[in-house]
Design a protein around this ligand. Structure first.
Ligand SMILES: Cc1ncc(COP(=O)(O)O)c(C=O)c1O
Length: 410
C-alpha cells in the first residue's frame, strides 16, 4: 500500500478531515525540492510553513544536529543547563533589540505565545489582552483567545477566554496612519486595564497575509505604553528576515516588552520557539510569585538549540538582505501576470512573501494537484494563494513557483 493509503487509515492532518485529500507522500527533501512517492519532484514554495529558510538537508544544519546527537540529545532544563542553550540565548539577545535581555525557550510557536501571555499576566497582575482582528497566533487554547475569532477558531467560542479585539489595522504598508486609525484602540485602552497588547508586527500572516503601515505599529505601541500596558510582538512568522528586515518590528523602529519567535528559528528542522523579554518584565514576573510558572519537559532541547544557533549564524553570515530583495523581485515579476486573471482581487509582495488574493475561496481539491502537476509545492488557503520560498531558491526556482501559480489559476 502506498503512503497516502496507509496514512488515510490511521492519521490526521492539520486543519483537515480524517482522510485528508489531496495528500502527497514525500520520500526525500533536499535543497528546495521535495520528491514525491510517485517519483515527481516539486519546488517548495512554502519553506514548510515559513520555517525551512535554508532549504532541506543543509549541510551546516545537519552537521550541527549530528554533532549534538553525539554529545547528548536531551537533558531536563530544571536545575541543569548546557552549552547549546546558553550559546543560543546569547546569540538571540545579541540580534534583537538591546532592551530584550532574557530568553525563555518554548516547544513551538503556539507555546511561545502561551508563554508570552502567561509572562504578561504574571508581570502585570492583569488577566485580559487587547489585540487586533485579522491576527493569528497559533492553535492552543490560550493563544486562540487572541487570534481573530472570525477566523479558524470560531468553533471554540465559549471555551476560549474572551479578549478585547479592535478592527484590523487599516492603513496599508505604504500609507500613513491617521489619528482616526488609532481611535478604537485608544478607547479600549482608556476603558480597561490590560495585561498586554498582542500583535504581529507589520505582517498579519495566517489571518490574511496582509501587511499594514509601520506608522500604525508605532502608534499602537506608543498608546499602549502611555497606558502602562505591556507590548507583545509575535515575530514567529515575520522573524529571521522574511519581511525584508531581520524582524518585522524593524520596519517601524519599535521594540516590544515581550517578543515571540519560532518557525525559522531552527531552519525548519526541529520544533522550537523562544520568548525574549526585558529586565523590567523579568523583575515584575519575579516580584509576583518568585518564579515564572512554566516549564515543559523538552524545554531548551539541546538538538533544537544547537541547530537553531547554526541556522541563525548561517543566515547572519550571508547577505540575507540582498537574498530576500532578489526573492522579492522574482516574486513580483513572476506573479505580476496574475493581475490579468479573472477572479484575482490583489497581488502583493513584501520581502520573501508573495500573495495572490482571489475574490472567492479557491477549490483546493482542484488547485492543489494542478500546482503539483506544474512542479510547485504551494499550499493555498481560503482566498489566498501565497508563497514564502526558501532563501536558497534560485531565480529559476522562483520562476517555477510563480509560473505554476499563474498557470494553475488560469
Ligand atoms: C504569527 C504566528 N504565531 C504563532 C504561530 C504558531 O506557531 P506553531 O504553528 O509553531 O505553533 C504561527 C503559525 O503559523 C504564526 O504564523
Amino acid at each position: 500500500m502506498d503512503l497516502v493509503s496507509r496514512d488515510h487509515e490511521v492519521l490526521w492532518h492539520p486543519y483537515a478531515p480524517v482522510r485528508a485529500s489531496p495528500l502527497f507522500g514525500v520520500v526525500d527533501a533536499s535543497g528546495v525540492r521535495l520528491t514525491l512517492e510517485d517519483g515527481r519532484t516539486v519546488v517548495d514554495g512554502m519553506s514548510s510553513w515559513w520555517a525551512a529558510i535554508h532549504g532541506y538537508r543543509h549541510p551546516v544544519l545537519d552537521a550541527a544536529l549530528k554533532a549534538q546527537v553525539d554529545r547528548f540529545s536531551h537533558v531536563m532544563f530544571g536545575g541543569l543547563t548546557h552549552a547549546p542553550a546558553v550559546e543560543l540565548g546569547e546569540l538571540l539577545v545579541s540580534i534583537t533589540d538591546p532592551s530584550l535581555t532574557r530568553v525563555f525557550f518554548a516547544d513551538s510557536g503556539s507555546v511561545a505565545v502561551e508563554v508570552a501571555l502567561k509572562m504578561a499576566v504574571q508581570a502585570s497582575g492583569r488577566p485580559r489582552f487587547l489585540t487586533v482582528r485579522g491576527g493569528y497566533h497559533g492553535d492552543t487554547s490560550g493563544v486562540m483567545s487572541v487570534t481573530d475569532p472570525d477566523g479558524m477558531h470560531g468553533l471554540f467560542q465559549g471555551h476560549v477566554v474572551e479578549q478585547v479585539f479592535v478592527s484590523r489595522p487599516r492603513p496599508l504598508y505604504d500609507e500613513e496612519c491617521t489619528p482616526a486609525d488609532l481611535e478604537e484602540i485608544a478607547e479600549s485602552l482608556a476603558q480597561q486595564d490590560f495585561a498586554a497588547l498582542v500583535i504581529e508586527p507589520v505582517v498579519q500572516g495566517a489571518g490574511g497575509m496582509r501587511w499594514y503601515s509601520p506608522s500604525y505599529l508605532r502608534g499602537v505601541v506608543e498608546l499602549a505604553r502611555a497606558h502602562g500596558v505591556l507590548v507583545v510582538f509575535d515575530e514567529i512568522a515575520t522573524g529571521f528576515g522574511r519581511t525584508g528586515e531581520l524582524w518585522g518590528a524593524d520596519h517601524a523602529g519599535v521594540a516590544p516588552d515581550i517578543m515571540c519567535i519560532g518557525k525559522a528559528l531552527t531552519g525548519g528542522t526541529m520544533t522550537m520557539g523562544a520568548v525574549l523579554c526585558t529586565d523590567e518584565v523579568a523583575a515584575r514576573v519575579e516580584g509576583n510569585g518568585g518564579a515564572f510558572m512554566h516549564g515543559p519537559t523538552f524545554m531548551a532541547n539541546p538538538l533544537a538549540c544547537a541547530v537553531a544557533k547554526a541556522s541563525t549564524e548561517l543566515l547572519l553570515s550571508q547577505d540575507w538582505r540582498a537574498t530576500v530583495t532578489a526573492l522579492s523581485q522574482g516574486l513580483r515579476t513572476g506573479l505580476a501576470p496574475a493581475w490579468d486573471l479573472p477572479g484575482v482581487a490583489d497581488v502583493r509582495v513584501l520581502g520573501g512573501i508573495g500573495v495572490v488574493e482571489l475574490e472567492q475561496p479557491c477549490d483546493m481539491a482542484e488547485l492543489q494537484p494542478r500546482l503539483v502537476d506544474e512542479g510547485a509545492w504551494v499550499r493555498p488557503f481560503g482566498k489566498l494563494v501565497y508563497v514564502m520560498t526558501p532563501y536558497i531558491s534560485t531565480a529559476e526556482d522562483v520562476e517555477v513557483i510563480t509560473g505554476a501559480i499563474v498557470r494553475s489559476l488560469r
